[in-house]
Design a protein around this ligand. Structure first.
Ligand SMILES: [Zn+2]
Length: 325
């Protein structure tokens, strides 16, 4: 497969690292969009100073919508809707360590899965969501005020928020530094920014390489590690309250990418993940076999080595330093 670069893409090969400003980006890996089984090869580069990884020639913002679409939205919505209040319990506990109430904004709130778990008289809830359909569902489900559109265009009063949350969104945006700077301005002093992103430094990422499910090319424009996310937060003026990795496994999806690639090589038709709403009989039999045999053992072995798949960070906006009298 040849590397295709056309007017659909903007070139960022020479651009500086948005986290540390480094200009020595080196090749990291190249892979296609395995979710839609498309042929175009995308190249990721890595900053050796802070370990941030990014897509060197992302689709133009005006064309990025072509890489999402109804099947992607449906896949994500189903995955998100599976998440119950119990799923969010750990995140709620984390937030409650710092804040017991106030104004909370969820960036990329989807259909309101997290906002629903936060529904409580002590919280005034806000959301930002690109999809009007999801935003409507979130409003109906949670009573939150949900802005539709780009995060950077949301009509939020500076210094008005106690908590901003952002779960699996920062890797999709063109300007993560700009978004985090905006969050900084929206927060009150002492307010917190709670963020989850896939961890490019995770053990599974090393094991699966170009088949690692969260690469999500070209929808994931940036790939963070604990070090690069920490660097970015601190460079924008945040204090780092906590930063951990957690062990959510993507082995099943990553294994499916490998199987799809093998079947493609032998010319055997099969549904890609974009068609996951109707998985074929072959895949269902294979998946059952994997779940009963290899996957639990593989997951246990990988989890004993290195970092987990998700970076969970809490950044805090510091209080202004009082001038000495
Ligand atoms: Zn860097």
């Amino acid at each position: 497969m040849a590397v295709t670069l056309s007017t659909e893409f903007e070139c960022r090969n020479e651009s500086a690292c948005v986290a540390c400003g480094g200009r020595q980006a080196e090749n990291y890996l190249s892979a296609p969009d395995r979710f839609f089984s498309r042929d175009i090869i995308y190249k990721l580069v890595r900053c050796p100073s802070c370990s941030l990884v990014w897509l060197s020639s992302p689709p133009l913002p005006s064309r990025i919508g072509e890489h999402y679409g109804p099947s992607y939205d449906s896949f994500i919505r189903k995955a998100t809707e599976k998440k119950s209040d119990q799923h969010w319990q750990q995140t709620l506990s984390t937030i409650q360590k710092y804040k017991s109430g106030g104004s909370l904004l969820d960036l990329g709130c989807g259909a309101g899965s997290f906002l629903g778990a936060m529904r409580n008289p002590q919280w005034k809830l806000f959301g930002v969501e690109m999809s009007e359909q999801c935003a409507t569902m979130a409003r109906q489900r949670t009573g939150a005020t949900v802005f539709t559109g780009d995060v950077l265009d949301a009509d939020i009063t500076p210094g008005s928020l106690d908590v901003v949350t952002c779960f699996h969104v920062l890797e999709h945006v063109y300007s993560p530094a700009e978004v985090m700077a905006q969050v900084f301005s929206w927060l009150k002093p002492g307010g917190i920014f709670c963020v989850h992103v896939p961890n490019i430094g995770a053990a599974e990422a090393r094991v699966f390489g170009t088949y690692w499910y969260p690469l999500e090319l070209p929808r994931h424009l940036y790939h963070f590690s604990p070090a690069s996310l920490s660097y970015l937060g601190k460079s924008l003026g945040f204090d780092e309250a906590e930063l951990i990795t957690c062990r959510v496994s993507f082995i099943e999806y990553s294994t499916r990418h490998i199987l799809s690639s093998l079947l493609l090589r032998f010319g055997i038709p099969h549904p890609d993940l974009a068609s996951a709403s109707a998985p074929g009989l072959l895949w269902r039999i294979f998946r059952k076999g994997l779940r009963l045999t290899v996957l639990p053992a593989l997951s246990a072995i990988i989890s004993m080595t290195g970092q987990g798949q998700i970076v969970e960070a809490v950044f805090r906006k510091p209080f202004p330093v009082q001038a000495a009298e």
